[in-house]
Design a protein. Structure first.
Length: 209
């Protein structure tokens, strides 16, 4: 122990005699530690930390490949999704989503609100149940049906003050009057998007895709 203490004192004396070398050394250590911390944070978030859904080990993402044009990861098209949904036997269910930015009017000041267009299978696949109202059904997701919308918990609290009678009311989204059918739970997260306001049914029309 005494030998170790003496060696530490000797090292400290040498470092004091070479302040530039000491500064460079400390900076290198700081950068190295910071880099390792950042890398670990990414690995934890992407690979180690489980997804915030029930039974995350049963969730998979589906991509296609197009070797003829050297594309290894190709997002399924709407028509391919419908084929997988109607004819596939490998998965219990499959869903598709798309980022969406909506203009909401009729609620005080007009607002540009971030949202998602989702097929009716997305929320059940993730194991998400609304805290108010109901989720989208196949009828909501069918062309020609009544236009509906779900609110995230934060948007519901911010725009409606947590009013539980919001179910059945209407809001105008991109000029279309939509009926509010559900409010998502407070802990709902979709990938890394934390500021979502609305979820809309995708309503894919086979005749137009």
């Amino acid at each position: 122990m005494g030998s170790l203490t003496a060696q530490l004192r000797q090292v400290l004396r040498r470092l004091r005699r070479a302040p530039l070398f000491t500064a460079v050394t400390l900076l290198t250590l700081a950068v190295g530690i910071g880099g390792n911390t950042a890398i670990f944070s990414v690995l934890e978030g992407v690979l180690l930390k489980p997804l915030p859904y029930p039974r995350p080990e049963q969730l998979v993402a589906v991509w296609l490949t197009a070797p003829g044009i050297n594309i290894k990861d190709l997002n399924p098209s709407p028509s391919t999704y419908l084929i997988f949904r109607d004819q596939g036997r490998t998965f219990q269910d499959i869903g598709i989503y798309m980022g969406y930015a909506a203009n909401v009017t009729g609620l005080a000041e007009p607002e540009h609100a971030p949202g998602l267009e989702v097929s009716d299978g997305v929320l059940p696949i993730l194991g998400i149940s609304p805290v108010l109202g109901r989720s989208f059904t196949r009828a909501d997701d069918s062309p020609g049906s009544t236009d509906t919308v779900m609110l995230t918990y934060g948007y519901w609290r911010r725009k409606f003050g947590g009013d539980r009678s919001v179910i059945g009311r209407t809001i105008t989204v991109d000029g279309t009057l939509r009926q509010i059918i559900g409010v998502l739970p407070q802990e709902f997260r979709f990938r890394d998007q934390r500021d979502l306001a609305l979820l809309l049914p995708m309503k894919l029309d086979r005749a137009k895709i």
